[in-house]
Ligand binder design. Structure first.
Ligand SMILES: [Zn+2]
Length: 279
């Protein structure tokens, strides 16, 4: 039987909050097919440390360079570094803002910036304004898209983005455990499940994050006396959702290839918004 409760992972949260004109549309449609939708705070934490951070990075580039061309150059230069996964999200940020720019006429730009302003400066300013609006809007909406926000993380302060010398800041993006992460006891109580996830990840195609996750799960499962650090908490990633998804819920994710094997190993289900709508 099709499940009536959804447990959102970070990818769906990102689509709804940051891509309202793109993949956010099917994601929202999918949510409507459930009677209950749950968002764990862990997804908010990942959202802030990841996608929202790339939007902020783009905003800060536009601010510090005050040039659209230089900001694109900065974007291009990270596309060849290990941070290249940021590129597509930052491009998405520009694309969504460009959609809004379509509505602005040259006349309006001249009114605002003067006839002699360079297009480079006015473009930078327009993109910056639009990004700032969307960053704050996304943050303010994060707890409103599901029927419930669940699984609070006591060691993670959910602080609003703030401005410092014209730049946007997102800290803290990590949990700040005194002795260990608040998930510690719960993880130790589920050592058998962690071992199952560990074995599943071992057999998945070797991605860097999977290798790290494998080590973390193995350590937690085998060394029950060791404190769970912030690094372990962060490294759980997809495994968090498989482990903590309630039995009567389905994990809703766009990253089905990573989530499905983990969910199924624990007798749970994962589904994409598109699969859900097609039913
Ligand atoms: Zn933590």
């Amino acid at each position: 039987m099709t499940k009536q409760k959804a447990f959102l992972d970070t990818t769906v949260l990102v689509d709804i909050l940051l891509k309202p004109n793109g993949r956010g549309i099917p994601a929202k449609e999918a949510l409507k097919t459930f009677t209950e939708t749950e968002l764990p705070v862990y997804a908010i934490k990942e959202f802030k440390a990841g996608a929202l951070g790339y939007f902020v990075w783009m905003y800060n580039k536009l601010t510090s360079t005050n040039s659209f061309v230089s900001s694109l150059a900065a974007l291009q230069s990270i596309s060849v570094t290990p941070q290249r996964h940021r590129t597509s999200t930052a491009l998405e940020a520009l694309k969504e803002s460009a959609e809004e720019l379509k509505k602005i006429t040259n006349e309006k730009l001249a009114e605002k910036y003067g006839q002699k302003a360079s297009a480079d400066v006015s473009l930078a300013d327009n993109f910056r304004e639009s990004l700032k609006y969307r960053i704050y809007k996304a943050w303010k909406s994060r707890r409103k898209i599901t029927t419930k926000v669940t699984q609070p993380l006591n060691c993670y302060p959910e602080k609003e983005p703030y401005e410092k010398r014209g730049l946007l800041k997102l800290d803290p993006t990590k949990c700040k455990p005194e002795r260990e992460c608040c998930l510690g006891q719960e993880l130790r109580n589920n050592r058998d499940k962690l071992s199952i996830l560990q074995a599943t990840i071992r057999d998945l195609p070797g991605k860097t994050e999977n290798t790290r996750r494998h080590v973390i799960l193995k350590e937690i499962a085998r060394k029950p006396k060791q404190a769970i650090t912030e690094e372990y908490c962060r490294g759980l990633g997809d495994a968090y959702f498989a482990l903590f998804c309630p039995e009567d819920s389905v994990i809703l994710t766009t990253n089905i290839s990573d989530h499905k094997p983990l969910a199924e190993a624990l007798g749970k289900e994962a589904e994409t918004p598109l699969q859900r709508i097609e039913i």
